[in-house]
Design a protein around this ligand. Structure first.
Ligand code: S3P
Length: 433
């Protein structure tokens, strides 16, 4: 599928974005293990979360859709999953695979986690090795770096893990395994990664002690309370609307009810440092997560240097940040972001290729990129490499490029942001199939 976008004159309006992908995955998983039905409102009907729901169905969990965006997950308790008859297909979702690896390691049955070619190329040693240190019988079907993952299910014991990279998927996998482990599981991160698992475990009645970058949980946990959650709008989806409004002259856009958890909003800090006018209004807590409306006005941006602790807090936003930097005055340098190389695509490589095709001055480095701006962009046909975040970045670039921009592989946008094109169009952008 292709998406065609044209230069926009101004964007305006009040919109919402679909529910948070990370929180939806966690609500599905923890809800399925709760003692009774969990109600999830604002659930994301994206392809990635559909993969997690599909795996849970294989594990005997009943998920009932109630209206537009509410689902009921009929939890059957911490030991209520039943042995799957076939490999569990995580499709493209790294979050599904890594979080489920932790949970499946402590079950009393064997299982296999698999996915499509894109996921089968993503590193899994980062969960295999620490899970094994807890007694898990888990290995890669080909070697220990890559999926499919073969898991026997075995008794687990708590362990102390010093993570080499700040990864919420790895941290979560280990804490979730810790629910089944005898004794204390401790995960120490090198930097702050998203903390939705810790918050949702607390909502289920499990105490997770977090001090600075160390998180501990005492197991085995006897039961999880069912959830009644309202999933906030996904900040990572709002990011595309924010940057679109900042770049298109005359724009003023309000994005309502967006999750503003600090472990996710590194992009806000970076854009403000670049000179962005973004206000947070109606800030409040919803189901243990901070939420606010974002008021974004067109702004002149300047280049900045990026590295250190903000990087994991903005890890999914570097393609769209790079686009913003191509329109900023001066140089932007991104460092410490080597993790981008192992996302759905090598996002250093694919971001550079896509933005260069549009005329940007951007060069890769081993752990980031260097960008010189502002550069006029010229619309053309650009491949999203089957990466949802790249697809949306190219579409937003088309709003400031001369001529027509065509996004190739735009169907992947539905992995995290179904309805993206419709929302852009409602703000006044010309975005159509
Ligand atoms: C996610 C964590 C991040 C992020 C991904 C979702 C999660 O990955 O890139 O899109 O839901 O825990 P890492 O934890 O590997 O950095």
């Amino acid at each position: 599928m292709q998406l065609r976008t044209k230069r926009a004159t101004s964007l305006s309006g009040h919109v919402t974005v679909p529910g948070d992908k990370s929180i939806t995955h966690r609500a599905l998983l923890l809800g399925s293990l709760g003692d009774g039905p969990s109600r999830i409102e604002g659930y994301l009907h994206g392809e990635d979360c559909r993969a997690t729901a599909g795996c849970l169905a294989e594990l005997g969990i009943d998920i009932e859709r109630q209206g537009q965006s509410t689902i009921l997950v009929r939890g059957r308790g911490l030991n209520g999953w039943s042995a799957p008859a076939r490999p569990l297909d995580c499709v493209r979702s790294g979050t599904a695979m890594r979080l489920m690896a932790g949970l499946l390691s402590g079950q009393r049955f064997p299982s296999e986690l698999t996915g499509n070619d894109q996921l089968l190329a993503r590193p899994m040693d980062r969960v295999i090795l620490p899970l094994r240190a807890m007694g898990a019988r888990i290995r890669g079907a080909r070697d220990d770096r890559l999926p499919p993952l073969l898991i026997e299910g075995s008794p687990l014991a708590g362990a102390r893990h010093l993570l080499p990279v700040a990864s919420a998927q790895v941290k979560s996998s280990l804490l979730l395994a810790g629910l089944y482990a005898e004794g204390r599981t401790e995960v120490v991160e090198p930097g702050p990664s998203r903390d939705h698992t810790e918050r949702m475990l607390e909502a289920c009645g499990v105490t997770v002690h977090s001090q600075d970058l160390a998180h501990t949980l005492d197991g085995p946990v006897q039961s999880l309370q069912p959830l009644d959650v309202h999933v906030p709008g996904d900040f990572s989806s709002a990011a595309y609307l924010c940057v679109a409004a900042l770049l298109v002259p005359g724009s003023e856009v309000v994005i309502e009810n967006v999750g503003t958890n600090r472990t996710r909003t590194g992009l806000l800090d970076l854009l403000r440092e670049m000179g962005a006018d973004i206000a947070e209004e109606n800030a409040h807590l919803e189901g243990g997560e901070p939420v606010a409306d974002l008021l974004v006005r067109h702004s002149s941006l300047k280049g900045i240097s990026i590295g250190g602790e903000v990087v994991p807090r903005a890890i999914d936003e570097f393609p769209i940040l790079a686009l913003a930097a191509t329109q900023a005055t001066g140089e932007t340098h991104v460092r410490d972001a080597r993790e981008l190389r192992v996302k759905e695509t090598d996002r250093i490589g694919t971001t550079v290729t896509a933005l260069r095709a549009l005329g940007a001055e951007i060069a890769p480095t081993p752990d980031g990129f260097d960008i010189i701006g502002p550069t006029p962009l010229v619309g053309t046909l650009v491949d999203s490499h089957d990466d949802h975040r790249l697809g949306m970045t190219i579409a937003v670039a088309g709003l400031v490029a001369n001529g027509e921009t065509i996004v190739l592989g735009a169907e992947r946008i539905a992995d995290s942001y179904p309805g993206f094109a419709g929302t852009m169009a409602s703000l006044g952008a010309e975005v159509r199939p």
